[in-house]
Write a protein that binds this ligand. Structure first.
Ligand SMILES: C[S@@+](CC[C@H](N)C(=O)[O-])C[C@H]1O[C@@H](n2cnc3c(N)ncnc32)[C@H](O)[C@@H]1O
Length: 244
């Protein structure tokens, strides 16, 4: 785990995406005045900072890895955005806010941790009536992917659904779909290029540490799989409105 965090320490983003895609997702929502936003699994908080620039609202940014929260706190301070952002160390499995607290829940690359359906259900009560949930989720974009990538994701994200399956499950969980888009390849490389640079550095430093090399090889494999099979899967940004 230590090596994992050494690979990921101080990276700008911890999932495929980027400021322009956070903006694009925000624009799927109607204009909101002083929204109360909860950013769940915020990581180092690139999207939290962008949300603060996009709105006149307040964002509670929640993660259970304190170094990510410290990074976000430092960035928010440096950028003069701290009056809009509160960093909180909490688990997404047990969010401690009263019912109907938030206008918007934001979960970029994080709802998979609790599970898509479980997150949709557990977090539902935190939203005010008619509130919004924006998430990004890994999906199959085409049917019958090659065996190698099917096997890879069966091992690494067994719950992965097709885009159609994902889009169809929201009404049953109490949400209406209001918009969605597939993250372009550029958004993936926003994430993978800094990870690749870190793998290259740490590969030299840990060349005689088998445990570290296993972890680095796992990260390298994810990037190599994306390079070869990116037409078959992607990250879908989805904007939902609480319906019931
Ligand atoms: C793939 S990263 C995405 C981070 C960020 N949203 C982004 O897009 O850069 C997932 C995040 O969820 C956090 N996380 C993992 N388990 C968690 C939990 N039980 N409660 C809260 N956050 C958690 C991780 O520390 C990590 O920051």
């Amino acid at each position: 785990m230590e090596i994992f965090f050494e690979i990921h320490k101080d990276l700008p983003k911890e999932s495929p995406g980027g400021d322009e895609y956070t903006r694009q997702a925000w624009q799927l929502l109607p204009p909101l005045s002083q929204p109360n936003i909860l950013d769940i699994g915020c990581g180092p908080g690139a999207q939290t900072l962008e949300l603060a620039r996009l709105t006149d609202g307040h964002i509670k940014a929640v993660d259970n890895h304190q170094p990510f929260l410290d990074h976000l706190q430092a960035q928010a301070t440096a950028l003069g955005l701290l009056d809009q952002i509160t960093c909180l160390n909490q688990s997404m499995f047990a969010l401690s806010f009263p019912e109907a607290t938030f206008d918007v829940l934001w979960a970029e690359g994080s709802i998979y941790i609790i599970g898509l359906v479980e997150g949709l259900k557990q977090w539902h009560s935190l939203l005010k009536p008619g509130g919004y949930l924006v998430l990004s989720e890994l999906v199959w974009l085409q049917s019958q992917p090659p065996q190698a990538i099917q096997t890879y994701w069966a091992e690494n994200y067994p719950g992965m659904r097709t885009l159609e399956e994902v889009l169809n499950l929201f009404p049953g969980c109490g949400y209406d779909l209001i918009g969605h888009f597939t993250l372009p390849e550029k958004g993936w490389w926003n994430y993978y290029l800094p990870v690749q640079a870190r793998i290259n550095d740490l590969g030299q430093r840990y060349h005689n540490n088998p445990e570290a090399l296993t972890m680095l090889n796992n990260e390298q494999r994810e990037i190599d799989m994306y390079r070869e099979y990116h037409d078959w899967y992607g990250y879908e940004f989805v904007a939902l409105q609480k319906s019931s």
